[in-house]
Ligand binder design. Structure first.
Ligand code: 13P
Length: 341
């Protein structure tokens, strides 16, 4: 019997658990490995992800699901166990990034449109067979002088809606990710400009999801937080929490079971502090958790450094961030818990 989308979505959000975004494309993981001077071979990518997925306590107590890249969905650990089986054994749901990337948008200088709809129905059927029960598609919106344009917002929003409809038809929960960048050049915009653009984008996305007949109960929203540009950081934790909650309450229907933020270039601790402040300080109609890539992995990647003798250190670092973020998803993270570690 196929599971109901609502039940999968509820499991993704249960008990303060959150998602590990480990779906870096081959080009993106190369950039991450460059920071530790490691060559990105298939074996290095396997070893790195095996380290994370075999952090048993983190996977069992914190990580409800992992977003995988296609290579990883079909990949096996060094001992031959499929990664999908390792995740399932820990009670974590395998997910899959299905877009094929944000590409320059014809006629819209400085903007992108995300590709990957052609043949998507067939790919989703194959991913379902391989064990994936949720998927991710990321639309990217840049803030700059005169940007974003309505044309780019609309094109990205319609692609997200089409993708979400195809996922639900395939028995897969869509993570709908319209990311308003904090670090697109020049990245000096204010938090209020981010709020205005994020509201515009989310209003558009929910209109298009409705038009595409997507069931809100069977999806997860993955938004950016409302935050100032990377080169203009000024807002306090309280201000980020207040402005993010305000925009989400104005735009996200309460039928949506969960919102799982991206980290987007925030430091690991900022991403945790912001999430905790929202959960601690506000009465919210949906669950609010994390779906972090960099903010969950950065410390682990650095502790590991590509060396087999550092696997335990990498796993300790990953477990710590997973625990901190699960506390944040319950609104009970405290700064001194970071120092204690
Ligand atoms: P970051 O948390 O590093 O932004 O990655 C999350 C993600 O999945 C972006 O698509």
């Amino acid at each position: 019997m196929t599971e109901r989308l609502e039940d999968i979505a509820a499991k993704m959000m249960a008990n303060g658990k959150g998602l590990l975004a480990a779906d870096e494309s081959t080009a993106t993981i190369k950039k991450r490995f460059d920071t530790i001077n490691l060559v990105s071979t298939e074996e290095a990518r396997r070893d790195y992800r095996e380290m994370l997925f075999r952090t048993d306590e983190a996977m069992k107590t914190c990580i409800s699901g992992v977003i995988l890249y296609e290579e990883t969905l079909y990949q096996k650990a060094a001992d031959g166990t499929p990664f999908v089986d390792i995740l399932k054994a820990a009670g974590s749901i395998p997910g899959i990034k299905v877009d094929t990337g944000a590409k320059p948008m014809a006629g819209f200088p400085g903007e992108t449109v995300t590709e990957g709809l052609d043949g998507l129905a067939d790919r989703l059927a194959a991913y379902y067979k391989a064990g994936a029960r949720f998927a991710k598609w990321r639309g990217v919106i840049a803030i700059a002088d005169g940007l974003p344009t309505w044309g780019s917002i609309k094109a990205n929003s319609q692609a997200l809606a089409r993708y979400a409809a195809l996922c639900q038809q395939a028995g897969i929960v869509p993570i709908v990710e319209p990311e308003v960048l904090m670090d697109g050049a020049p990245a000096n915009h204010t938090i209020d400009r981010c709020a205005e653009v994020t509201e515009w984008v989310l209003r558009t996305v929910f209109t298009d999801l409705y038009d595409a007949r997507v069931s809100l109960e069977g999806m997860i929203l993955k938004p950016n937080m409302v935050i100032d540009g990377k080169n203009a950081r000024r807002a306090s934790v309280e201000e980020v929490a207040e402005k993010t909650v305000k925009v989400l309450k104005a735009t996200v229907p309460s039928a949506v079971p969960g919102i799982a933020f991206l980290s987007g270039g925030q430091s690991s601790k900022e991403a945790t502090a912001h999430l905790s402040a929202m959960n601690a300080g506000y009465d919210l109609p949906w669950g609010l958790t994390y779906s972090y890539g960099r903010a969950l992995q950065e410390d682990a990647l650095n502790a590991w450094g590509g060396k087999p003798e550092n696997i335990a250190a990498g796993q300790r670092a990953f477990l710590h961030r997973a625990k901190m973020n699960t506390l944040a998803a319950k609104g009970s993270w405290k700064k001194d818990l970071e120092k204690a570690a």
